[in-house]
Design a protein around this ligand. Structure first.
Ligand code: C2O
Ligand code: CU
Length: 472
């Protein structure tokens, strides 16, 4: 292991543990007419991230654990989440990627008042789409997300997709001290103007990962969720051929990843179907080699020494049923451009050209204007979109850094990258835009309200790379 983790301990992330967490949430499932009720408490906690002999890590979290409890409902079922705030500061919860009504979106000031310490707020909505989503705070985001507040939100297809196991990998990045405590300095201005706070320890479902038991011949669905503040991942699976079946929760045409790598920026999700065709008794690494010279292995598949689960080869990977997303009318769409600006350049100069709106303390801007923080009342929208109309947004990255751009309340079609059509019918709520690249996305403005659009490198978001789109 050549990566920056300070320690690794043997941890078996088994099917049993996952099944147990799922049934925990299922216990709250009522008849379809009644909402699923989930109680979620945000509070300080102490969890064994690195493991003995290191002390437990002081975190902020949901339900006294990292990651927070998995919420799992079926498509079309209503869910009510009662959030209690036992933190020493305000919070909110944002349901990342779920097309909720605006009042349930969890942006303080803009869509709801913040939840004060000791108070509660009830979120209630019916997720329209099946898929892999997640929840996280939208208040003091750098510290709250960076200290461990994140959980998976899985919406199951109405009829089960046929796989042997459904695994969720919540991937997080931490900057830990040698005492396994979260390092201070979340608001570092230099870091904010560059790649953001990339840590030194990556966890899989809240623990420094090691071995993941597999059975030869089984077919798994693996849901990857990158909950990092800033770390981008590029995952490859030694000896395996994963098939991408969904991106950001939305089904795509099943396809093998380009160059065998799954690129996962902050907040992004990818659902894979993998036929486990390794040899019994052998180990295979899952490697992240996004940052040059800093590659490390994220997990090892360890095959049980048992005969394969099935002798025959399975049919090609199943394609998931489509979600009820309105198809944008590209011919009639209105077009707008979003230019991503600012940040530190290679030579150490700030990219300030044409950024009159850059406010004090901001490093980044969209179209010359910087909106900082996590959400505010009465933010003037960058654009007002007409309800029901189709839009194409051209996102032009004029900076030297990567930006995973997220739009609340919507999934959009990713149409082109640098003028070339993006294949596989790709939808997303967070699109990773490399330095100097241009992407075009399209959607029907069918969900009314004021919606945040921001970079999900949290340091970039809070220091200016954020705006509001109004749909009215
Ligand atoms: Cu995960 Cu404002 O977003
Ligand atoms: Cu960014």
């Amino acid at each position: 292991h050549s990566g920056p983790s300070i320690n690794r301990r043997a941890l078996l992330i088994g099917g049993t543990a996952l099944a147990a967490s799922a049934s925990l949430v299922r216990a709250g499932r009522a008849a379809p007419a009644e909402p699923n009720v989930v109680e979620l408490t945000a509070a300080a906690g102490r969890v064994p991230i690195v493991g003995a002999p290191y002390p437990r890590t002081d975190v902020w979290c949901y339900g006294d654990r990292v990651p927070g409890p998995e919420i799992r409902v079926r498509q079309g079922e209503r869910v009510r989440v009662i959030v209690r705030n036992d933190l020493p500061e305000e919070t909110t919860v944002h349901w990342h990627g779920i097309r909720v009504p605006n009042s349930m979106d969890g942006v303080p000031g803009l869509t709801q008042p913040p939840i004060k310490p000791g108070e509660s707020f009830t979120y209630e909505f019916t997720p329209p789409d099946a898929g892999t989503f997640w929840y996280h705070p939208h208040s003091d985001s750098l510290r709250q997300l960076g200290r461990g507040m994140a959980g998976a939100f899985i919406v199951e297809e109405p009829t089960a997709v046929s796989v042997d196991r459904d695994l969720v990998w919540m991937l997080s990045d931490w900057r830990l001290t040698s005492e396994a405590q979260i390092a201070a300095g979340f608001g570092n201005a230099m870091e904010a103007a560059m790649s953001g706070r990339v840590g030194n320890t990556v966890t899989l479902n809240g623990a420094v990962p090691d071995e993941v038991p597999m059975r030869a011949g089984e077919r798994i669905r693996l849901r990857l969720v990158n909950t990092s503040l800033a770390r981008i991942m590029s995952l490859r699976f030694e000896g395996h051929r994963p098939v991408i079946v969904a991106i950001d929760g939305q089904p795509c045409d099943p396809h093998e990843p380009e160059r065998g790598r799954i690129l996962l920026g902050p907040a992004m999700r990818v659902d894979l179907v993998i036929d486990m065709q390794g040899e019994p008794g052998r180990r295979y690494r899952v490697i992240d080699d996004f940052y040059e010279g800093l590659s490390y292995w994220l997990a090892k598949f360890v095959y049980e020494d048992k005969p394969p689960l099935r002798a025959h080869h399975l049919e090609p990977s199943p394609s998931l049923p489509r979600n009820p997303l309105p198809e944008p009318d590209l011919a009639a769409a209105e077009r707008h451009e979003l230019r991503l600006q600012g940040g530190m350049m290679g030579g150490g100069m700030m990219g300030m050209g044409g950024m009159q709106g850059m406010s004090h303390g901001a490093s980044w801007a969209i179209n010359g204007t910087s909106m900082t923080g996590d959400g505010h009342a009465n933010m003037p929208p960058l654009l007002t979109l007409r309800l029901g109309r189709s839009y194409v947004l051209t996102i032009r990255n004029e900076t030297a850094w990567w930006h995973p751009m997220h739009l609340h309340g919507y999934s959009f079609r990713v149409l082109t990258r640098n003028g070339t059509a993006v294949p596989h019918r790709r939808w997303a709520d967070t699109v990773l835009v490399p330095p100097r690249d241009t992407v075009e996305v399209a959607f029907v403005a069918d969900n009314p309200g004021d919606w945040m659009m921001h970079c999900h490198v949290t340091n970039h978001q809070v220091s200016g790379m954020m705006t509001v789109l109004r749909v009215a």
